[in-house]
Design a protein around this ligand. Structure first.
Ligand code: LMR
Length: 390
């Protein structure tokens, strides 16, 4: 039967990892896949994570199954970090551990499919390239609308309003909670307020993807829009990832939280989430969640994690400032947040930047600002000028 399969291209973003490794030039710069890099170009294991791993090594006495919900203490300890200390909606909130943010998105998509298969998912473009395929794989219709104009680097807010106003009750709106991937362009507070009003007025369901909390302006600031919208709506889903803010990428550490209309519906949501997890991955991998739980259970490790995350955030914003200072045309980069900015360029230019200058970014023109050093700013600007991007 396998002869019937058609070959599929490798994911172009993930292919950059291997292409960069294979490049033997010494001055190459990796602005490709979204991982943090420090001042030495490394993606280190965070200090608190190392200490938690050491603690687990010494004290963990069993690896027996935990169940499809995963480590529920991990899920609970993350809650105040994401949602604040005592949000009014806490009694209507339920969460389970998932393999990364992608697992949370897929589980959420399947939960929507089970609850309301005719719901459409509104997706502002550009978005993370895996969003539409994940919702499609769960057999949900995806309705795309223009979110950002890459030439002006501005939100097309009229288009956002139009898309949300035309949606039907029960439709789902995918929103990036902070640090928009791929553009780094987040809504302003006024725009979030406007979106919240529209979501409430049209009875839409926000599905918030929060994968970079702490890497924009800080843990509290980055969670503020999510908290605001949850205070106002009846139902919501939140796909959370610890892959970036705990530097646990390959451990696949995420969670899906669902907010139901009433606290009575929590049990239904929870049992469906567990059943869907069971048929997808049965039980999520434990190690990464156990690390996060260990860090959050320990005051000292927690403080260590927060301090290191704040350093990472500062470094990324410093890189943004360095690049913006190197070319007036790139001033917008210092106003954007998170790991990414997306320049307006053709795939040919992205390919030429790799081939001629050893500068690796996604074919879409997305750059991971965490991948550079401030001293690289001049070389990046010179390459962009040479290829006619500036
Ligand atoms: C990215 O956007 O670079 C990361 O989220 C990695 C991925 O899975 O695409």
């Amino acid at each position: 039967m396998f002869e019937e399969l058609k070959s599929r291209p490798a994911d172009s973003l993930l292919a950059l990892i291997k292409a960069f490794q294979a490049d033997e030039r010494s001055g190459k710069i990796d602005l490709g896949v979204g991982v943090y890099r420090d001042g030495m170009g490394r993606t280190p294991v965070m200090r608190a994570v190392k200490a938690a791993e050491q603690f687990l090594l010494e004290t963990q006495d069993s690896k027996k199954y935990l169940g499809p919900e995963g480590d529920l203490q991990y899920v609970r300890l993350l809650q105040p970090i994401i949602f604040g200390k005592a949000p009014s909606f806490a009694p209507r909130l339920v969460g389970i551990q998932t393999p990364g943010g992608s697992g949370a998105l897929r589980l959420g998509a399947e939960l929507i499919q089970a609850a309301n298969p005719s719901a459409k998912v509104l997706l502002g473009k550009p978005s993370w390239p895996n969003h539409a395929p994940i919702f499609g794989a769960a057999r949900l219709a995806v309705k795309e609308y223009a979110f950002v104009d890459l030439v002006s680097q501005q939100v097309k807010f009229d288009s956002v309003i139009e898309a949300l106003s035309a949606a039907s009750a029960g439709d789902v709106v995918l929103l990036h909670g902070c640090c928009h991937n791929p553009t780094g362009i987040d809504f302003t507070e006024e725009q979030w307020l406007e979106i919240t009003k529209l979501v409430v007025a049209h009875k839409l369901v926000p599905f918030i993807d929060l994968a970079y909390q702490g890497l924009g302006d800080g843990l509290e600031q980055d969670a503020a829009p999510t908290r605001m919208i949850l205070e106002a709506v009846d139902e919501a889903l939140i796909a959370y990832s610890c892959d970036k803010n705990f530097g646990l990428y390959r451990e696949r550490v995420g969670a899906l939280y669902v907010m139901t209309r009433t606290s009575d519906e929590i049990g239904k949501a929870e049992s469906n989430m567990a059943a869907l997890a069971r048929v997808n991955w049965s039980m999520p991998p434990d190690h990464g969640a156990a690390i996060v739980r260990t860090v959050l259970e320990n005051t000292e490790l927690s403080a260590m994690w927060r301090a290191e995350l704040a350093e990472m955030c500062e470094r990324v914003n410093g890189n943004r400032a360095a690049l913006a200072a190197a070319a007036p045309d790139l001033a917008f980069i210092s106003r954007q947040r998170g790991l990414f900015s997306n320049l307006s360029m053709s795939k040919d230019i992205a390919v030429a930047l790799r081939a001629r200058h050893g500068i690796y970014m996604a074919d879409s023109g997305r750059m991971n600002l965490a991948g550079m050093q401030p001293a690289d700013a001049g070389a990046i600007v010179a390459a962009l000028r040479a290829e006619g991007c500036l």
